[in-house]
Design a protein. Structure first.
Lengths: 788, 157
C-alpha cells in the first residue's frame, strides 16, 4: 500500500527515523539502574547452592557486623507480614523467600540491604546458611513416576508432581484419521529450556514515601499496570492500596517476555522499602538473571501426522510434557495453561487434530514464559513445520510442493481450524512462492544434487508458519481476571500538537515512533509533533502491556480509534467554523473541506486552536479522547522462510549460507522498524536452533548459567538476513495491521533444522534435536561414516 | 579496604577521585561521575555493553579497575557528540536503525568508533569481527553493520 500521507507528516508506510533514538545515541536513555534517588540503599540476594534442600538455619550476625550493612531479610521476616509466598499469574503460588525449603539452585534465600552495592555483596558473602540436601527431581518424566518425591508439600493433599492436564480437539476423529491413513509419521521433539537474556537484566527501585503513604516502583516491567494491580492484591493486607502505588517502567533494555513476571527480588525490595522507609535498589547480575529468572520452552513433544499417499494431510496429534519447574509461573492468559499451543495445525488445512499438554513440577526455576513468542506458538510451529518435513521425506516429495498442496487456500479465509481458531486472513502460497523466487529455490536444488555427488553437505529448509498474536478478545482472554484490552489517550494541544499515552510499554520496538505515525495517519498531525508516553501508571491509561506481539493489534488499534473520536469532534468544530453542516464536510489528511468547495477548509491545527479559543456554545472545550480497544479476534501473521546451510564434515558446524524471510504482517506502519524487528527475531530464532540451551545435571546444577556457557549469538554466527514482504491486511483491525515482533523467532528454528536434516537426509537422518551444536552434528556425521 | 587517590580524564574533563581498590571503572563512571550512558550487561566480560575507550582502545569497563585508569584518558558515549554535532557513528546508528532498545548501543558505538579510527573503510567482515565482543539481542546485527558502513562513508566525506 502506498503511503497516504507525505513524508513530512510521516503516517503509515513511511520509514521515518525513530523519535526515541536521539537520547539513546547520546547515552541519555533512562534505564532502571541509571536512576539514583536521595538516600537510596542497595539490595543483594543470598541464593541457594542446592536444587532441593531443607534450610536448617540462616545466621545473619556476621553479615550485620559488616560496616554499611543495615538489614538482612529472610523468609521469617516476610512471614510476619504474610509476604513470604505470592501468587503466580497462573493461579499457582511461589515463594518470595523460603522459610524452610529451597526448591531450585539459585533460589532466593535472604536479602541484604546496605549503603552501596559492594557492601551489599559483602553482606551476602557473610550470611551463613545451613542446608540439608533433599532428593532432587530433574527429569519431568521421572517426576510423574509413582514414588517420585512430591515437591509441592506446601499444597495440602498434593500427592504427585502433576500440575495440569489440558487438551483440545477431537481425539477419536484424529485416531481414526491415523488408522485410515496411507502414511503416518511420528517424531519426538524436545524444545529445550532457554532464556531471553535481554542485555539489560531485571531490577527495580522501590521507594516508599512514608509521609505520603505512597509507593513508587521503578522497574523493568513490560506490563506496569497489571503489576500495579498485582501489588495491590498481594500486599493489600499490609496497607498498600492501588491509588497509592505507582509503577514506572522507564527505558527497558529488551524484554522478550522475561520482564512480564513478578520476581521475588521486586517484592523483597518493596517490602524492605516499606519497612525501612528508604528507596531500595535491586539490580540482578547476569548469572542471577540466567539462573533464577523465568525460563522459556522446556516442552517434550510427541508429534504424529497422518496423510494420504498423495501428501494430503488428514490428522495431527501432539502429546506434550511441559516442565514448569517448581511453580507454574508462566504468563499465559488464564484460560490457556499451554498458551496458544493449539495453533499447531499451522498453515495447513488439516481436518482432524488433537493435542494435549501435561504440566509437571521439577526442581528448576519456575516459569514457562515466552521467549519473544506469543504463548507457546514457537513450540507449536516447530512441531508442525518439522513433522511436515518428516512427511515430505517419507513420501519423497519436495517439501515446498507438499506445503503448497496442504496450505489453507486463500479463498478459505476467514478459516476455522480444527482446533477452534478463526484465522483472519492469509495468502500462504504467495508468501512461499515469493521466498522461493528470492532465494532461487529450483537452482539451489540442482546445486544440492551436484554437491551430493561430490560428498558435500548442503541443505535447504523451509518453514511456512502461521502466528497467532494480539491477545486478545475479552470473551476468552484475561490475566488474573483482567481482560486483555489495551488503551490509548490522546490530547491535542491548542497549537495543534499532541501527546498520546498508551497502556503498553516499548522495550525497543519503537512505539514512540510507530504510535506517533498511527496518529499522524489518522489526524494529519505530523508524527514529529506527537509525543508518546508509556509506562507510568499514574498518567497512562490502563492496559495489559507489551508482549505476545500485542502492541500494534491492541494498543495501536486503540490509538487509531481514539484519533477517530477526535476527528468526530473536530468535524463538529469545523462545521461550526465553516458555517456548514457536518454532512457537507469531507476529510482529507489533516483537514476538513466543504464538499464541492475545497478552498473552504479548516486544518486540524486550526480546529485544535478553536477547540480551546472558539468552540461552539454548548460543546465541551478541549480536544481529547480515550479508547479501550477490545479486539474482536486475534491476528494471524504468517510467512515463509527458506534457509540454506552448509555442514562442515570436519567440525560438524552448520553454517547458514543464506536465509530469506518473507513475512506478512498485514499493513505496515514503518517498514524500517518492521525489518529491524524481523532481523532481531530471526537472530532469536537461530539462537535456540544452533546455540542456546539451559540444562541441568542430575543434582540440579544449572549448566549454562552465565554468558560463558549460554551462547547468545554474536555478529560472527549471525548471517546477513534477507527479508521480503507480502501484504494481506487483517480484515478486523482498524488499520489492517497484524503485529510482527515475534514472527521471525517463531518461524526461523524449523527452517534451520529442516535445512540441516535436508543436508543429511540422503544418509537416512530424519531429525536433529535443537540446539544443533557442532558436537551433536559431528556425532551424527561420525555415525553415518561421513565425518572428516 | 584500602583507598587510592586517582586522576582520570573523562571525555576531556579531569577528575580526582578517592576510590576503593576494588571499584570497577564502570561504577566510577556510572555512580561517581553519573555518566550512565555506559551500561552493564553481564559479569563475565562477554556482552560489551560497558565498552569505553581507555587511551583510545576499547575496553570492557566492568573488567577494568578504576585505579587502572589512573593518569589515563577515558572516552564514553557521552564524549562522542562534539559542540552539539553528532559524531558520524551516532548519525549512522540513527539513520540505519542500528539500535532498538538502546542498551547495547553505547558500547557498540564505542567499539565501532575505535574501529573507524584505525580502518576508515572496513569491510562487512572487518565490522563483524570488531563488534564480535558486543552482544545485541534486538537487531540481529544487520543494521549495525550498515550503520558502521554509513558512518565510515560519511567520515571519509
Amino acid at each position: 500500500m502506498a503511503p497516504q500521507t507525505t513524508f513530512e507528516v510521516g503516517g503509515m508506510g513511511h520509514s521515518i527515523k525513530r523519535k526515541e533514538d536521539p537520547r539513546f545515541i547520546r547515552g541519555k536513555g533512562n534505564y532502571v539502574d541509571d536512576i539514583q534517588l536521595p538516600g537510596m540503599l542497595h539490595m543483594d540476594i543470598v541464593r541457594s547452592p542446592y536444587a532441593h534442600a531443607k534450610i536448617l538455619a540462616i545466621r545473619t550476625e556476621k553479615a550485620l557486623k559488616v560496616p554499611g550493612v543495615l538489614a538482612v531479610i529472610t523468609g521469617a521476616t516476610l512471614e510476619k507480614y504474610k509476604l513470604h509466598w505470592m501468587p503466580t499469574l497462573m493461579s499457582d503460588t511461589q515463594m518470595v523467600l523460603p522459610t524452610d525449603r529451597v526448591m531450585y539452585q539459585a533460589q532466593e534465600v535472604a536479602a541484604v540491604i546496605a549503603t552501596d552495592r559492594y557492601t551489599a555483596a559483602d553482606g551476602v558473602a557473610a550470611v551463613e546458611v545451613d542446608y540439608e540436601p533433599l532428593p532432587v527431581v530433574i527429569d519431568p518424566f521421572k517426576a510423574l513416576e509413582p514414588g517420585a518425591p512430591v515437591l509441592r508439600t506446601d499444597k495440602p493433599g498434593k500427592k504427585d508432581n502433576h500440575i495440569f492436564h489440558w487438551e483440545v480437539g477431537d481425539r477419536k476423529a484424529t485416531e481414526k484419521a491415523a488408522a485410515e491413513a496411507d502414511v503416518v509419521v511420528r517424531q519426538n521433539m524436545y524444545i529445550p529450556r532457554i532464556h531471553v537474556a535481554s542485555i539489560e537484566t531485571c531490577g527495580c527501585i522501590a521507594d516508599f514515601d512514608r509521609a505520603r503513604g505512597k509507593l513508587t516502583v521503578y522497574m523493568t516491567t513490560q506490563a506496569p499496570h497489571a503489576i500495579r494491580t498485582v501489588f495491590a492484591l498481594v500486599a493489600g493486607h499490609v496497607g498498600l492500596s492501588e491509588e497509592k502505588i505507582r509503577i514506572v517502567s522507564p527505558d527497558i533494555g529488551g524484554g522478550f517476555g522475561g520482564k512480564v513476571p513478578v520476581y521475588p527480588g521486586y517484592v523483597i525490595a518493596v517490602a524492605a522499602s516499606v519497612v525501612i522507609g528508604k528507596p531500595i535498589k535491586w539490580v540482578e547480575d547476569r548469572m542471577e538473571n540466567l539462573q533464577a529468572d523465568s525460563f522459556a520452552r522446556d516442552y517434550h513433544m510427541d508429534v504424529e501426522l497422518s496423510a494420504k499417499k498423495d501428501g494430503t494431510m488428514t490428522g495431527l496429534r501432539i502429546k506434550t510434557l511441559a516442565d514448569h519447574g517448581y511453580a507454574d509461573a508462566a504468563a499465559n492468559p488464564s484460560k490457556f495453561p499451554a498458551g496458544l499451543f493449539s495453533i499447531c495445525t499451522g498453515s495447513y488445512d488439516i481436518p482432524n487434530a488433537f493435542c494435549e499438554v501435561d504440566g509437571v513440577y521439577t526442581n528448576k526455576p519456575p516459569g514457562g514464559i515466552a521467549y519473544r513468542c506469543s504463548f507457546r506458538v514457537t513450540e507449536a510451529v516447530h512441531a508442525i513445520e518439522r513433522i511436515t518435513d518428516r512427511l515430505a521425506q517419507e513420501l519423497k516429495m519436495d517439501p515446498a510442493a507438499l506445503r503448497m498442496k496442504n496450505f489453507i487456500a486463500p479463498e478459505k479465509f476467514p478459516y476455522k481450524s480444527a482446533l477452534g481458531w478463526e484465522y483472519d486472513s492469509g495468502n500462504y502460497p504467495a508468501a512461499l512462492r515469493k521466498a522461493m523466487d528470492m532465494i532461487g529455490y529450483e537452482a539451489l536444488r540442482k546445486e544440492q544434487a551436484e554437491k551430493r555427488k561430490r560428498g558435500e553437505l548442503m541443505g535447504i529448509g523451509i518453514s511456512s508458519f502461521t502466528e497467532i498474536v494480539g491477545a486478545g478478545p475479552s470473551k476468552h482472554f484475561d490475566i488474573l481476571g483482567i481482560k486483555m484490552f489495551d488503551s490509548c489517550e490522546i490530547r491535542i494541544h491548542p497549537t495543534g500538537k499532541a501527546i498520546a499515552r498508551f497502556g503498553t510499554k516499548s522495550q525497543g520496538q519503537g512505539h514512540e515512533t510507530t504510535y506517533a505515525q498511527i496518529i499522524a495517519e489518522e489526524l494529519g498531525i505530523p508524527a514529529a509533533h506527537v509525543e508518546i508516553e508509556e509506562g507510568d501508571t499514574d498518567t497512562a491509561p490502563y492496559g495489559l502491556g507489551t508482549y505476545a506481539s500485542r502492541s500494534t493489534p491492541t494498543a495501536g488499534a486503540a490509538g487509531a480509534m481514539a484519533a477517530r473520536k477526535i476527528r468526530e469532534k473536530a468535524k463538529k468544530i469545523a462545521a461550526y467554523l465553516l458555517e456548514v453542516s457536518e454532512a457537507d464536510l469531507v476529510w482529507e489528511t489533516g483537514k476538513f473541506f466543504v464538499k464541492g468547495a475545497p478552498q473552504k477548509s479548516k486544518t486540524i491545527q486550526e480546529i485544535a486552536f478553536a477547540a480551546y479559543t472558539n468552540h461552539p456554545q454548548g460543546m465541551e472545550a478541549g480536544l481529547e479522547a480515550v479508547n479501550y480497544y477490545d479486539p474482536p479476534n486475534l491476528t494471524f501473521p504468517f510467512g515463509s522462510y527458506i534457509c540454506v546451510v552448509d555442514i562442515d564434515r570436519g567440525t560438524g558446524e552448520i553454517k547458514i549460507r543464506r536465509f530469506v524471510a518473507v513475512d506478512d504482517c498485514g499493513n505496515i506502519i514503518n517498514p524500517m522498524i518492521v525489518d529491524g524487528q524481523i532481523h532481531g527475531g530471526l537472530s532469536m530464532g537461530m539462537a535456540p536452533a544452533l546455540l542456546e540451551e539451559i540444562s541441568y545435571d542430575e543434582n540440579g546444577n544449572i549448566q549454562g548459567g552465565s554468558f560463558m556457557d549460554y551462547l547468545v549469538p554474536t555478529s560472527m554466527e549471525t548471517p546477513n538476513w534477507e527479508t521480503g514482504k507480502t501484504v494481506t491486511p487483517s480484515p478486523h483491525h482498524p488499520f489492517g495491521a497484524k503485529g510482527v515482533g515475534e514472527s521471525a523467532t517463531v518461524g526461523a528454528p524449523p527452517a534451520i533444522v529442516n535445512a540441516a536434516v535436508d543436508a543429511l537426509s540422503h544418509l537416512g537422518v530424519t531429525h536433529i534435536e535443537i540446539p544443533m551444536t557442532p558436537q551433536k552434528v559431528w556425532a551424527i556425521l561420525k555415525e553415518k561414516g561421513v565425518a572428516e | 579496604m584500602s583507598t587510592h587517590r586517582i586522576k582520570v580524564t573523562v571525555n576531556g574533563a579531569a577528575h580526582d577521585a578517592e576510590v576503593e581498590s576494588r571499584l570497577l571503572l564502570v561504577h566510577l563512571l556510572r555512580e561517581n561521575l553519573r555518566l550512565t550512558g555506559t551500561h552493564i550487561g553481564c559479569d563475565t566480560t562477554h556482552c560489551g555493553a560497558c565498552t569505553v575507550l581507555l587511551d583510545g582502545t576499547p575496553v570492557k569497563s566492568c573488567t577494568v579497575l578504576a585505579v587502572q585508569a589512573d593518569g589515563r584518558e577515558v572516552m564514553t558515549v557521552e564524549g562522542l557528540e562534539k559542540d552539539g554535532k553528532l559524531d558520524p557513528i551516532q548519525e549512522g546508528f540513527w539513520e540505519e536503525h542500528g539500535l532498538q532498545c538502546g542498551y547495547c548501543t553505547p558500547g557498540m558505538m564505542m567499539t565501532s568508533f575505535a574501529l573507524l579510527k584505525t580502518n576508515a573503510n572496513p569491510s562487512e567482515g572487518d565490522i563483524r569481527q570488531a563488534i564480535s565482543g558486543n552482544l545485541c539481542r534486538c537487531t540481529g546485527y544487520v543494521n549495525i553493520v550498515k550503520s558502521v558502513q554509513s558512518a565510515a562513508a560519511k567520515a571519509r566525506g
